[in-house]
Design a protein around this ligand. Structure first.
Ligand code: HEM
Length: 416
């Protein structure tokens, strides 16, 4: 065996559950982690890792941790120093809203909140609908498309592009930058992934600095939605974010809103192919689109794993957790927990109630959740009604990633 190669981990059994090591998961796990998560929930719901961290897989435990930002910190300075060293990735993650605690978190969230208000979202609905119509017109001409690259990722990319005021013809590199930065967060990653992530942060920052300089020379009109410009103006008034905070939180918004929403749409299409009865139900009852999206989020959660660190000695379930323990919160497993979701393995587009944690819970609940929900509702309403006979051409391809549940390629024939 070549040096550095690890043997693939066998699928878990009740007897081996306690030996599960998240940092060593293999390709089979990445492609279908749910059977292993089910074993963990039953037999090792708080599973100690060789580095002292704990993997949590039950809904109640995870919700309790997410709800308590005082005892469970999101500040990643301790954890990311050894992983990323003194690097662009370290600077990026530790400056982003999601990896900070109050009061920094509160300050940034308050400044971003106006962009996610109902009025702004209503304004966005029309432009999303027009964009989706255009994409589907183009797709209809081609007949056969890749749902991922030609539909699912294009919608959030353009939406975030609009939100940040990135000119249309400058959006192409955004997708690769987002993927490279997020790829470096995987539990298992190569030195090349790390180098790509660092380079992407630097290139992205340089691009945004240039964009800000151009906006300063020609400020956008007051009716345009432009988060980047609003953040710059607020910073000039003295009570806003620093330039570095603006750069990193803009990068974070793109990353947070792009891959995840693309994954929601692509996973959703995949789920409808895997459950033709539910696809038929959605075609017959278009009003089910909203609960259908909640069920897609629950069943294939785009962000599968979140993290926290205990700030004090605490007890989770029947396990004592010392202060300073790093916690892996498997949101994807919580969302399949029978204790919360009856017949959790059944994909039911009318499921109610559906209190999933795909957008987390507590003070860090996804700030863009309404945006993602609107994008997905418009995308599915139009896709399903316009192409009722759409079929899958080849099996869905997924990359080897376990923190994010994304689709690599999903080829469909729209009018077979
Ligand atoms: C289906 C799509 C999406 C999913 C599944 C998702 C998921 C999440 C999750 C789980 C968190 C919390 C992470 C944690 O606490 O550790 C989060 C935070 C966040 N998300 Fe999303 N997200 C999505 C789309 C979006 C979009 C479209 C935007 C912006 C336009 C966005 C912006 C944010 C922001 C700013 C935060 C940080 C909130 C905070 O720390 O207070 N997300 N997201």
């Amino acid at each position: 065996m070549p040096p550095g190669t690890t043997l693939p981990m066998p699928r878990l059994t009740p007897a081996t559950a306690a030996n599960f090591v998240l940092a060593q998961v293999d390709r089979a796990f990445a492609l279908d982690p749910y059977p292993d998560y089910a074993v963990l929930r039953e037999h090792a719901p708080i599973c100690r890792q060789p580095d002292g961290s704990q993997v949590l897989t039950r809904y109640a435990d995870i919700r309790e941790v997410l709800a308590d930002a005082e005892r469970y910190s999101s500040d990643k300075r301790i954890d990311f120093r050894p992983r990323f060293g003194d690097s662009p990735l370290y600077e990026h993650h530790t400056t982003s809203i999601v990896f900070n605690d109050p009061p920094t978190h509160t300050r940034v969230r308050r400044l971003l909140a106006p962009f996610f208000a109902a009025r702004v979202l209503r304004q966005m609905e029309g432009s999303i609908a027009t964009m989706v119509d255009r994409l589907l017109d183009r797709a209809a001409e081609r007949g056969r498309i890749d749902i991922v690259s030609e539909f699912a990722l294009v919608i959030p990319l353009n939406l975030i592009g609009d939100l940040l005021g990135v000119p249309f013809d400058e959006r192409e590199p955004l997708q690769a930058w987002a993927q490279q930065i997020l790829g470096a967060l995987e539990p298992v990653r190569t030195p090349a992934q790390l180098a790509d992530g660092n380079r992407a942060v630097e290139e992205f920052k340089a691009y945004l600095r240039d964009l800000i300089a151009r906006k300063r020379r020609a400020p956008p009109g007051s009716r345009d939605i432009d988060v980047l410009w609003a953040l710059i103006e607020a910073s000039e008034g003295g009570d806003g974010l620093t330039e570095l905070e603006i750069l990193h939180n803009s990068i974070f918004m793109l990353n947070a809103g792009h891959d995840t929403t693309g994954a929601l749409i692509a996973n959703g299409v995949d789920l409808l192919f895997r459950h033709p009865d539910q696809a038929q139900r959605l075609r017959e009852q278009p009003s089910l689109v909203k609960p259908a999206i909640e069920e897609m989020l629950r069943y294939e959660s785009p962000l599968q794993i979140g993290n926290r660190r205990s700030t004090v000695a605490t007890r989770i379930g029947d396990v004592d957790v010392p202060a300073g323990t790093f916690l892996h919160l498997v949101l994807a497993s919580a969302n399949r927990d029978e204790r919360e979701f009856p017949q959790a393995e059944v994909f039911d587009i009318a499921r109610a109630p559906n209190r999933h944690v795909a957008f987390a819970h507590g003070i860090h609940t996804c700030a863009g959740n309404s945006v993602a929900r609107i994008e997905a509702a418009i995308a599915f309403s139009k896709l399903v009604q316009r192409f009722p006979r759409m079929t899958q051409v080849e099996p869905t391809r997924r990359p080897e990633r376990s923190r994010f549940r994304v689709v690599e390629e999903l080829l469909v024939d729209l009018n077979p």
